[in-house]
Design a protein around this ligand. Structure first.
Ligand SMILES: C[S@@+](CC[C@H](N)C(=O)[O-])C[C@H]1O[C@@H](n2cnc3c(N)ncnc32)[C@H](O)[C@@H]1O
Length: 219
C-alpha cells in the first residue's frame, strides 16, 4: 500500500517537473527573468512574491491567478503536499508561478539582496517547545534573511491562529528592525483590507471559530 502511494507520488512529481525549480540557488539574482520557458509574467518588471510553506497552494495559486503581471513562488517542504499545490496551478493554467520543493533555511542562498517584493508566512508550524524556537519561521535568524532579500518597503505578511507564535513574532520583528503594520488578533472581524483568499488551514481554523491573527512586517 505504502509502495503504491510512493510510486504514484513519483509519477506525479515527474509529471510536474517543469513547475519545480531545480537548484534554485542558480537562479539567485535572475528570478525576474523567465526561469520556466512558459513563464510569461511581466519579465523584468515583474515583482516576486513567495509563500514559505505554501501547503496545498490555495492561497498562492489564487493570488497568482488574480495578478498575472507579477511572479509567485510557492515553497513547500513536503513533496506529497507540493504536488497538490502544483495541481491547482496547472488546473488554473497559470503562467506566472513556480515552485521550490524543499525546506528553506536561508533565503539569502536563493535570492539576491532586494530581489523579493513580498513574503507570505501563513499558519507556519508553531514549534511550541522553547528549545525549538529557532525552527520557527519568524525567529530573528529567519527574519534577518527575509529582510536581506526584501526590497525596501517590501513586506512579510503573517497569519496564524497561534497566540504564542504571534507574540513571539512581534518580539522577533522588533529585534530584527522590521516595522509592524495592520496588526490585529481578529483578521476576519477587522477593517483591514483583505484579499479574501483563505488558505486551507485558515478555512479549517476559521470554521472552528478560531480568530486569525495578522500582521505585516515592513522593511
Ligand atoms: C501548517 S502548514 C500550513 C500550510 C498553508 N500555509 C496553509 O495555511 O494552509 C505549514 C507548512 O509549511 C511547510 N514548511 C514548514 N517549514 C518549511 C520550510 N522551512 N520550507 C518550506 N516549507 C516549510 C510544512 O511542510 C507545511 O506543509
Amino acid at each position: 500500500m505504502r509502495q503504491r502511494k510512493l510510486k504514484n507520488l513519483d509519477e506525479r512529481l515527474e509529471h510536474f517537473k517543469n513547475w519545480i525549480v531545480n537548484e534554485p540557488e542558480k537562479q539567485k539574482g535572475r528570478w525576474k527573468e523567465a526561469v520556466r520557458e512558459d513563464v510569461q509574467a511581466g519579465k523584468q518588471n515583474a515583482n516576486i512574491r513567495l509563500e514559505i510553506g505554501c501547503g496545498k497552494g490555495r492561497f498562492i495559486t489564487e493570488k497568482a491567478f488574480r495578478d498575472p503581471e507579477n511572479k509567485y513562488i510557492g515553497i513547500e517542504g513536503q513533496e506529497s503536499v507540493i504536488v497538490r499545490a502544483i495541481e491547482k496551478a496547472e488546473k488554473k493554467g497559470l503562467k506566472n508561478i513556480m515552485f521550490i520543493s524543499g525546506y528553506v533555511r536561508d533565503l539569502r542562498e536563493i535570492f539576491a539582496d532586494e530581489e523579493v517584493r513580498g513574503i507570505y508566512l501563513f499558519f507556519s508550524d508553531p514549534w511550541p517547545k522553547k528549545r525549538h524556537a529557532s525552527r520557527r519561521l519568524t525567529h530573528r535568524n529567519f527574519l534577518a534573511s527575509y529582510k536581506a532579500v526584501l526590497e525596501p518597503g517590501g513586506s512579510i505578511e503573517i497569519r496564524t491562529d497561534n497566540k504564542e507564535l504571534f507574540d513571539f513574532t512581534l518580539c522577533e520583528a522588533e529585534a530584527a528592525g522590521l516595522f509592524t503594520k495592520n496588526i490585529t488578533d481578529d483578521l476576519h472581524g477587522s477593517d483591514i483590507r483583505k484579499d479574501g483568499i483563505m488558505t486551507e488551514y485558515e478555512e479549517k481554523f476559521s470554521s472552528m471559530g478560531k480568530k486569525i491573527k495578522y500582521v505585516e512586517l515592513i522593511k
